[in-house]
Design a protein around this ligand. Structure first.
Ligand SMILES: [Zn+2]
Length: 189
């Protein structure tokens, strides 16, 4: 099922025409679209969502991520995945607990970041061979701006930095963190 949800008014400018239809999934590149994942749970009662965790997918296509997150046996998800062309896919409601961070701790000593964070996956092989595209970084900025308006976000962190034990993860490798400075929140990466 395809449902277009306008994220914010300015997202409309990101929708653009395409020449060829997408092969496996029914979405328009540069759009905001839902593909549900069953891999989520409830957040702890009364929790304040104040953190954004950035990831790379360690893969080169959005289709594969959608499929992986749709499989119950994968036991993983994120709230959003941003494609290299700026397409934003939402998999899990931000009010629910997506399964993206695993065993983790933040700079304030708080564990289990899945409880209080929004997880954003970004399509990138993560081996240093793929540059971060302008379209993708701008889409992440739109998404983060939307989250900052909705929740009292105090930090944006890398999966690498919060993963336990240290060194378990290295994502998002080479991400241009200066693009996140405009939000005026702590960056921990
Ligand atoms: Zn990750």
């Amino acid at each position: 099922m395809r449902t277009f949800v306008p994220l914010v008014a300015c997202m409309a400018v990101m929708v653009h025409a395409q020449d060829t239809p997408p092969p496996a999934y029914d979405y328009v590149p540069g759009s905001f679209v839902w593909f549900d994942s069953p891999n989520f749970g409830d957040r702890p009662e009364g929790v304040v969502i104040d953190t954004i965790v950035l990831h790379h997918t360690a893969s080169s296509g959005l289709d594969g991520v959608i499929k992986w997150f749709q499989m119950p046996e994968s036991q993983v998800s994120a709230h959003f995945t941003v494609g290299k062309d700026g397409t934003i896919v939402q998999h899990v409601s931000t009010y629910k607990r997506a399964w993206h961070a695993g065993k983790s701790i933040d700079q304030y000593g708080r564990e289990n970041l899945n409880d209080f964070s929004v997880g954003i996956e970004m399509v990138n092989k993560g081996d240093g061979s793929e540059p971060w595209t302008k379209e993708q970084v701008e889409a992440v900025q739109h998404l983060v701006a939307s989250m900052v308006r909705r929740f009292p976000i105090r930090q944006i962190v890398s999966h690498e930095k919060i993963a336990v034990p240290a060194g378990r993860k290295n994502d998002p490798l080479g991400f241009p963190w200066e693009s996140m400075r405009r939000f005026g929140v702590s960056l921990w990466y």
